[in-house]
Design a binder for this molecule. Structure first.
Ligand SMILES: Nc1ncnc2c1ncn2[C@@H]1O[C@H](COP(=O)(O)OP(=O)(O)O)[C@@H](O)[C@H]1O
Ligand SMILES: [Mg+2]
Length: 242
């Protein structure tokens, strides 16, 4: 693959490999399905045949084995004890320097998925991820509270814009939806009206996802596989894939 030179907004030059992309799964608050979405999307892109890396960047995550691990190799303990169940590489690094480190690390992968900490708890890490990402995936439940919290997320996105080398592709992944409830359509309509790009696929509220921490994940034929395909297509269409 050809190398293209990109200069980060920090003035830190780095090179990106064509076909490499970084997604950050982010939101303001804890409990908004960031980790669940990051894990399932990573499985989905892996199953789609893409060389995949998952970054645990949340020091406060419920399953965190947070320690002094750094990007010094993939042998360091990951966030989830049973790393063997991950059929792709997993690195734990809740760092404010992701924007400096990741261009080099992610160059070995086609898709790197970052499980971001909540912006309000660890803004430095979440912002670092947003600076380096090509795509921000924002899981949102169809509730008024979560829909309204998009405003502060957008404010953060606007703040980091000057720090980025190029535009960020942002999409909302409607999540924890209830079958046949009007709330999903209402939330999608409201978010679209406010100018957000809402992925057509919705992730239902299911025990399959609620119970997935620590269990083997197969994303094939689930909504996450469809969502991952939509994000890949979106990234390709917007030129996020370099
Ligand atoms: N689609 C879903 N259906 C049912 N439960 C879900 C779904 N997505 C997430 N959850 C549950 O919601 C809780 C919060 O999800 P999590 O991914 O840990 O959020 P975050 O990483 O944003 O803090 C967890 O208990 C998780 O199992
Ligand atoms: Mg989490």
């Amino acid at each position: 693959m050809a190398l293209v030179g990109v200069c980060g907004g920090t003035g830190v030059p780095y090179s990106r490999t064509v076909g490499v992309m970084i997604w950050t799964v982010t939101n303001l608050k804890p409990g908004t399905a960031k980790t669940t979405s990051a894990v399932w999307l990573a499985h989905a892109v892996h199953e789609a045949g893409r060389r995949t890396l998952l970054i645990d960047a949340d020091p406060g995550g419920a399953h965190s084995k947070y320690g002094a691990e750094a990007f010094d190799g993939l042998g360091s303990a990951g966030r989830w004890d049973d790393r063997a169940r991950f059929p792709f590489d997993l690195i734990s690094n809740p760092s404010r320097d992701l924007h400096k480190i990741l261009p080099r690390v992610a160059a070995d992968y086609e898709v790197t998925v970052i499980d971001s900490p909540p912006i309000e708890d660890h803004q430095g890490i979440a912002v670092s991820a947003l600076r380096v990402a090509d795509v921000a995936v924002i899981p949102v439940a169809p509730t008024t509270a979560e829909v309204d919290r998009m405003a502060p997320v957008l404010a953060v996105l606007a703040d980091i814009e000057p720090l980025r080398a190029g535009p960020l592709t942002v999409c909302v992944l409607l999540n924890r939806t209830v079958a046949n409830a009007s709330s999903t359509g209402d939330a999608a309509g409201e978010l679209t009206k406010r100018g957000h790009r809402v992925l057509p696929t919705r992730i239902p509220r299911l025990e399959l996802y609620a119970q997935s921490h620590g269990a083997p994940v197969v994303a094939e034929d689930t909504a996450y596989a469809a969502a991952a395909a939509e994000i890949l297509a979106l990234a390709d269409a917007s030129g996020a894939t370099r």
